[in-house]
Design a binder for this molecule. Structure first.
Ligand code: HEC
Ligand code: HEC
Ligand code: HEC
Ligand code: HEC
Length: 197
């Protein structure tokens, strides 16, 4: 129908369109796939509270604020009164001589006695049972960094691991530590009721 040269151009054009569509769709699917959406989740917070400043620069211990982590299932988010142990005094001013905007926000929540509406970064489905203390003490001896990444370097907390079933099972299924009783076949229990009860 066309000259051979023109025909070849049509083939090349078609090949370019098809391959760019394929690449585009693959990237799109990857980016929007639920499991991948979970990692990198980094919601904006009502106050720009920086772990990099608090836990990194000023080396305040994680447990100072997340005080229940070693004793209970929940690490808990600190109440405003914990912030005020320091910020009744610490009210640093910016270059224009006004109290820093984010500290002003903190003081406003405190004066109005409204809890700060922090956005959750991690939120497992309700049918999963998870206990912080079990993982931090006793045999497990994990550290915050093993599941939450280097929070002390984050200006805004970001999810670095999915904390999904596969991720948890992979760790539970590792070989038991040296000196474990002979009947223990895995690092941690893997029956369903460990995590679903
Ligand atoms: C001065 C108090 C303070 C210290 C110290 C602190 N945190 Fe936090 N942390 C908070 C507050 C407030 C939030 C909620 C706002 C946010 O997500 O940034 C939070 C949120 C988090 C979250 C996300 C919780 C969620 O699911 O919403 C994780 C994980 C976390 N902190 C881990 C750590 C670790 C690990 C350390 C130590 C390296 C640490 N924190 C030190 C106050 C603190
Ligand atoms: C143990 C003391 C201590 C506690 C507890 C504490 N802070 Fe701070 N905070 C500091 C210090 C020190 C600074 C650094 C001084 C500065 O740069 O303003 C600071 C700075 C800040 C800043 C200003 C960061 C900037 O540069 O804009 C904000 C906002 C802030 N803190 C919020 C909070 C919140 C919210 C809490 C409670 C979850 C909290 N702080 C708990 C000591 C503390
Ligand atoms: C074995 C993995 C693991 C370790 C170790 C761990 N966490 Fe968590 N953390 C989780 C999971 C899973 C969740 C979500 C729990 C939920 O949604 O029910 C969570 C949630 C949180 C939250 C949100 C509030 C809450 O209690 O649900 C904070 C804050 C937190 N972790 C802080 C810490 C701190 C601080 C440490 C170290 C002292 C730590 N975590 C160690 C897995 C871990
Ligand atoms: C190490 C902990 C752990 C063990 C053991 C475990 N699960 Fe899960 N399970 C999870 C977590 C975490 C999720 C994800 C929840 C979420 O999406 O927030 C999950 C999710 C699920 C879901 C929902 C579908 C999905 O994939 O999100 C089903 C169904 C399920 N588990 C069944 C089981 C069965 C059956 C067993 C035993 C063979 C089992 N689980 C053992 C931790 C575990």
């Amino acid at each position: 129908m066309f000259t051979r040269k023109f025909e070849r151009r049509i083939y090349i054009a078609a090949a370019v369109v098809v391959s760019s569509l394929t690449i585009g769709v693959s990237f799109g699917t990857y980016a929007l796939w639920p499991a991948n959406l979970e990692i990198g989740y980094q919601p904006a917070q009502p106050i720009e509270f920086s772990h990099a400043i608090m836990a990194g620069q000023f080396k305040i211990e994680c447990i100072y604020c997340h005080s229940r982590a070693e004793q209970s299932a929940h690490a808990t988010i600190p109440p405003t009164s914990t912030c005020m142990k320091c910020h009744t005094e610490i009210q640093t001013k910016d270059a224009r001589g006004a109290v820093k905007a984010n500290i002003q926000k903190l003081l406003k929540y405190w004066e109005e006695k409204t809890p700060i509406p922090w956005e959750k970064v991690y939120d497992l489905a309700d049918f999963v049972y998870f206990d912080h203390s079990r993982h931090l003490t006793a045999a497990a001896k994990l550290d915050c960094v093993d599941c939450h990444g280097k929070v002390e370097t984050m200006d805004r907390v970001e999810r670095v691991y999915s904390l999904k079933m596969r991720w948890g099972l992979d760790c539970h299924m590792e070989p038991p530590p040296a000196g474990s009783p002979p009947w223990q076949k895995t690092r941690a229990p893997i029956h369903c009721s460990t995590c679903h009860r």
